[in-house]
Design a protein around this ligand. Structure first.
Ligand code: PLP
Length: 448
């Protein structure tokens, strides 16, 4: 039964809470209890069982309140060094002042587009991306989530080539809406939603021979492949770096067979791996690029896909409205992205990620040698790193032990066998040392 009076009271109560600069312990307790109730009864109670924030702390579940730099703080003021980084969302850390300032100014003027007048920031962002993306990619479309960028890239590849097939990789992650989910390389997420988009063919990630074989077979039997889509470095699969010849060979193969090459840079883009784009490690220019996550500077959701003019023409002619969305690329999102790009360039975040990533990885490798019964290996590049354990139980204990010590890390979806390390690029060397010390103490505790 609708209860509008209760809804209005409840909304008013929370509008007051949102305005509060700080909370009393009693208010904090209430917020934790309410949040647990709301998740259990109105959102998804399964989350409560999976989250370390709920299950491993004595006392109150960690309920987020504010963040700054590499630190996330809960309603009681308890702090964690954020080595999860929103799975690549927080290259610039929490609440970067320049991004917040740009979004605030735009918010006070006009947050959303009219849909009819020209909105200048959309054009500015597209031009900036044309300037910083590889090769001659110069046209862009904006949406909110990474999955929408991938959906758009798939549609563009189909429209341009007239083909319908995609070659994707095992353990790939490109999003969870029906098109991008079709590319997913893990059955747990695909199977319950089947049948998905049917024309997808998988190869092991990093295996260029397998891609070649798949393209060869497609040519022989008459399958029309539109594109090969890969993450430059697999993120969700656990920071998996392909062999050095993989991306250059993908480029050659796609050229040879006349199919498009899509680089899904949603997680790797904008400096995370130590270069502006993941494909820059191999100096490869894809035909279509996707991005998201950190593009909004950790302040606004914004994603994009882009391509060179020859390909983009199908988005403009004969029907320029063939692909649209009401709120994607809104002025707030664009203001955030423009500020994020300015900060990324001015402070050379790719180089910062490369330097801090090497330092962090060396520390993790030392610990992996010290605890061979726990670790199989350490992978990744820049600040997209992963610790691989012999089994999920070890990974879970490590993640829980770190959480209790004030460090937030991430498993890969529902599996703790691999624990990713993806902190804001602004994490300091001192904070990296603190994380490594806490990790060593945790490993010793698990060992004991
Ligand atoms: N593509 C890649 C490579 C990703 O890592 C992700 C998310 O982790 C996505 C696409 C989907 O992005 P979103 O969760 O914003 O839909």
């Amino acid at each position: 039964m609708p209860d509008n009076d209760q809804a209005l009271d409840y909304a008013r109560r929370w509008l007051e809470i949102i305005q509060k600069p700080s909370l009393t312990p009693a208010e904090a307790e209430e917020i934790v209890a309410e949040t647990i109730h709301n998740f259990a009864h109105h959102f998804n109670r399964g989350f409560l069982e999976y989250r370390k924030s709920v299950t491993v702390l004595d006392g109150y579940a960690a309920t987020e309140w504010r963040g700054e730099g590499a630190i996330i703080e809960d309603v009681f003021g308890r702090q964690w060094i954020d080595c999860l980084g929103g799975y690549g969302l927080l290259d610039l850390g929490w609440s970067h002042p320049r991004v917040v300032e740009a979004v605030g100014a735009q918010l006070r003027r006009s947050p959303m587009p009219s849909q009819e007048l020209l909105d200048p920031l959309r054009g500015v962002l597209a031009r900036l991306l044309a300037l910083i993306t590889p090769g001659d990619i110069e046209y862009f479309f904006f949406a909110a989530g990474g999955t929408e960028a991938v959906e758009g890239a798939m549609k563009l590849a189909k429209m341009y080539t007239g083909g319908s097939g995609f070659i994707a990789s095992l353990r790939a992650f490109h999003g969870k809406t029906l098109g991008s989910l079709s590319l997913m390389g893990k059955k747990d997420f695909r199977q319950p939603a089947m049948p998905l988009y049917p024309h997808v063919y998988w190869v092991p990630f990093g295996d260029a021979d397998a891609v070649e074989k798949q393209l060869e077979i497609a040519a022989v039997v008459g399958l029309d492949i539109a594109a090969v889509i890969m993450e430059p470095i697999q993120g969700e699969a656990g920071a998996i770096v392909p062999p050095d010849d993989f991306w250059p060979r993908l480029r050659q193969l796609c050229d040879h067979y006349g199919v498009l090459l899509i680089a899904d840079e949603v997680q790797t883009g904008l400096g995370r791996t130590g270069k502006m784009w993941g494909v820059d490690h191999w100096e490869v220019v894809p035909d279509i690029i996707t991005m998201g996550k950190s593009l909004g500077g950790g302040v606004m959701p914004v994603s994009s896909f882009g391509a060179r003019e020859e390909i983009w023409r199908v988005m403009m002619e004969p029907n320029p409205f063939i692909h649209t969305t009401t709120t994607g690329g809104n002025p707030l999102a664009c203001a955030a992205a423009i500020a994020a790009i300015a900060v990324t360039l001015q402070e050379n975040l790719p180089q910062m990620a490369a330097e801090k990533g090497s330092y962090f990885k060396a520390g993790l490798e030392r610990l992996a040698i010290q605890f061979p019964n726990f670790y199989t290996n350490i992978t990744g590049r820049g600040l997209l790193l992963a610790q691989h354990f012999h089994n999920p139980e070890i990974g879970y204990q490590v993640a829980s032990g770190l959480f209790k010590r004030g460090v937030l890390v991430a498993g890969t979806l529902t599996n703790a066998k691999t624990i990713r390390i993806e902190p804001p690029i602004y994490i300091s060397f001192e904070q990296i040392d603190m994380v490594l010390n806490h990790l060593e103490a945790t490993l010793q505790e698990v060992h004991a």
